[in-house]
Design a protein around this ligand. Structure first.
Ligand code: NDP
Ligand code: 8X3
Length: 251
């Protein structure tokens, strides 16, 4: 029987690649993001493979999150798998030079947005005593690097929230885990550097970064384990990366 997966941040990068993969795997999709046109394109592209619903909201807006999820038609509303993926870094600055607007964006999207979406989905999982929540953390949630300050804090928060969710939902038989990637070539650095595409490109030059599809494959592996197996925490790096600051690049 088809299961339902809800993916936040499905309009780009890891979320988009995950949507494309799960469309091939007997899942119906609920795809979320702010860019409506991209959601419409995705729906068009994937609807010949599976049932696709799209939800257009900003995860920062708590009312919009719960309102959007309430509009889901019955066949999509029992979410079996939630991929809490929406998020970005905004800026790469020392703490003394960082912009409070960037800090707000990272904490509001990466931390509070993840909580708002989870809060809206968890009740039906508890009702059904069934479900799987995967939070997309980061290597930046496992260590801190210079100028990473608030982004790293937001991903450390995702790590803590994942552990807390796993404890609190344990009694309800719900699987909870995190996947923490290192460098993945997506629109992530374009967003971090506010549209400076040249600067963004340099982040991924001189080595083989992870691709969004690599993380999508891992998400599918985690989701497709037998239900008694919960992969609680994964750190996934490009082979060229040993830590946030050690990346073997061709000169
Ligand atoms: P992208 O920039 O390619 O994708 C980010 C996605 O998040 C987009 O679909 C965007 O959709 C969505 N999003 C951003 N802000 C909001 C918002 N306020 N409300 C709703 N949706 C939002 O980056 P990635 O695919 O790389 O990032 C996905 C996740 O992976 C993030 O949580 C990121 O922190 C994490 N990650 C990324 C790594 C990397 O190196 N790329 C490494 C480790 C973790 P839209 O703009 O349409 O709303
Ligand atoms: C994204 C990877 O190294 O830019 O989480 O923090 S990094």
């Amino acid at each position: 029987m088809k299961k339902t997966i809800l993916i936040t941040g499905a309009t780009s990068g890891i979320g988009k690649a995950t949507a494309a993969l799960f469309a091939e795997k007997e899942f119906r999709l609920v795809l979320c993001g702010r860019r409506e046109e991209r959601l419409a394109d995705l729906q068009m592209a994937l609807s010949n493979k599976t049932d696709v619903a799209t939800l257009n909201f900003d995860v920062r807006d708590r009312d919009a999150v719960s309102q959007a999820l309430r509009t889901l038609k019955a066949e999509f509303s029992a979410v079996d798998v939630l991929i809490n993926n929406a998020g970005n870094a905004h800026g790469l600055d020392t703490i003394q030079e960082g912009s409070p607007e960037d800090w707000d964006a990272m904490l509001d999207i990466n931390v509070k947005g993840l909580l708002y979406v989870a809060k809206a989905i968890i009740p039906t999982m508890i009702e059904r005593q069934f479900g799987h929540i995967i939070n997309i953390g980061s290597l930046a949630g496992k260590e801190v690097y210079p100028k990473g300050n608030v982004y790293c804090a937001s991903k450390h928060a995702v790590d803590a929230i994942t552990q807390g969710m796993r404890m609190d939902l344990n009694a309800h038989g719900i699987r909870v885990g995190a996947i923490n990637p290192g460098l993945v070539e997506t629109e992530f650095s374009e967003v971090r550097f506010k549209g400076d595409i040249q600067r963004a490109k340099t982040v991924y030059q001189g080595y083989a970064p992870l691709k969004a599809e690599d993380i999508a494959d891992i998400i599918y592996f985690v989701v497709s384990r037998p239900y008694h197996v919960n992969i609680a925490d994964l750190l996934v790096l490009p082979t060229a990366q040993a830590s946030s600051s050690i990346v073997k690049k061709e000169s």
